[in-house]
Design a protein around this ligand. Structure first.
Ligand code: PMP
Length: 391
């Protein structure tokens, strides 16, 4: 009698299916705008120079691979906390900090903590949001509820709708915010909207969980961190799930950290012990290689400046492509003001399929495109193909 008989087939991940279709497509003008990774003008995702240099140092200097303990690489955790939150907030005695397997691990751990603290907390998520947020929330046993966020008719945030929907959030509920570079829409809050959101959290007693997975890829390290710091500074409790997988190009090395701000020494200690216990039961200890590499970069003035230049050139490439799209397609002028890898094109599901079959342009079924998949060479084919399908 098979134990696995009762298992149902899960719906396959649409983007993974797209990768296979793209590989099997032999048309020379094909364009991959599907999976969310940075690409250079040649369509490649090379290892950053700062990362290569730091990895060489790591190989030379690492004298043991014995366990590091539940915090992970504490130098890495300290440096990423300072990078994300600034020195003062990063070193507060009320901030719990630990390394996680990527931003995904940080999010999962955060949801587990929230579920343990309050089973009935609702997690409010904007519509749309990164698709993996839903299984992460559900796996921790929490309920998610959607609020208005992105208006496909204007390609902008429906801020009034969002505030109206969040009016029914109750004290103790969680609001999941993207720190910058919203996935999938690229839509960004203005600084006055961030301030209004902070006031909403204060007024209604909402706990923000900020998914900060693209630090530095929007408007720069300082500008992208400003709203995150404002939330952590001005609220009694806040959570930041941080990823180095995009801004260091370390995707498969799974580099992230989780920061949780609590209010009292006793609660800080309780949060820490909960997080350590939960992490122990999920992955025991985080993977070291990527975090040690980031630590070497961030603690060396030379490598840090090489990395910052490489990060700036990734960001400038993305923002340059955004301007080029907006200039070529007036219907997409909003794309220039969006940030990060993604935009949602106003195209129907049928159009997404036709663009793939007839024009060899690959994008997610919801019309999400990875801006960095565009290049000087493929831009004319993209612009010409897409203009007929925009709704
Ligand atoms: N949050 C968002 C919004 C993301 O887009 C991603 C990666 N696609 C993550 C978190 C997870 O990042 P990581 O690869 O570090 O787990």
């Amino acid at each position: 009698q098979s134990q696995f008989r009762s298992l149902a087939q899960q719906t396959p991940d649409a983007l993974l299916g797209l990768i296979r279709l793209f590989q099997e497509d032999h048309r020379p003008h094909k364009i991959d705008l599907g999976v969310g990774i940075f690409r250079d003008d040649q369509g490649l995702t090379p290892v950053l120079g700062a990362v290569k240099a730091a990895e060489r140092i790591l190989v030379e200097q690492q004298d043991s691979k014995s366990y590091l303990g539940p915090v992970g690489d504490s130098g890495f955790v300290d440096l990423t906390a300072r990078l994300a939150l600034g020195d003062d907030l990063a070193t507060s005695p009320f901030l719990v900090r630990l390394q996680t397997p990527g931003g995904n691990g940080a999010l999962r751990l955060a949801f587990e903590l929230l579920a343990e603290a309050s089973k009935d907390a609702v997690v409010w998520v904007g519509s749309p949001t990164w698709v993996n947020h839903f299984p992460l929330i559900a796996s921790a046993g929490l309920e998610s509820r959607s609020h208005r966020f992105y208006d496909p008719a204007t390609l902008r945030i429906d801020f009034d709708g969002m505030m109206a929907d969040l009016g029914s959030a109750k004290s103790g509920d969680v609001i999941l915010l993207h720190g910058c570079c919203h996935n999938p829409s690229g839509a960004t809050f203005s600084s006055s909207e961030w301030t209004e959101l902070l006031a909403l959290c204060q007024r209604q007693g909402l706990l923000p969980l900020i998914d900060f997975a693209y630090h530095g890829l929007g408007d720069g390290l300082e500008a992208d961190a400003a709203p995150v710091r404002m939330f952590v500074e001005n609220l009694p409790e806040a959570i930041v799930a941080y990823s180095c997988d995009k801004n260091f190009g370390m995707y498969r090395d799974r580099v992230g950290s989780l920061f949780v701000k609590a209010t009292t020494h006793a609660e800080t200690d309780a949060v820490r012990s909960q997080l350590f216990g939960t992490a122990r039961a999920m992955w025991s200890m985080p993977p070291d290689h990527g975090a040690a590499t980031c630590r070497i970069i961030l603690s060396s003035p030379e490598l840090r400046s090489v990395w910052q230049e490489e990060l700036a050139s990734m960001r400038e490439r993305i923002n340059g492509l955004r301007k080029a799209v907006a200039n070529s397609l007036p219907q997409l002028s909003a794309v220039a003001n969006q940030r990060g890898l993604f935009s949602l094109l106003p195209v129907s599901k049928d159009a997404v399929q036709l663009l793939r079959e007839e024009r060899a342009i690959y994008m997610a079924p919801d019309g999400r495109i990875n801006i960095a998949g565009l290049s000087e060479a493929n831009m004319p084919h993209f612009v010409q193909s897409i203009s007929g399908y925009l709704s």
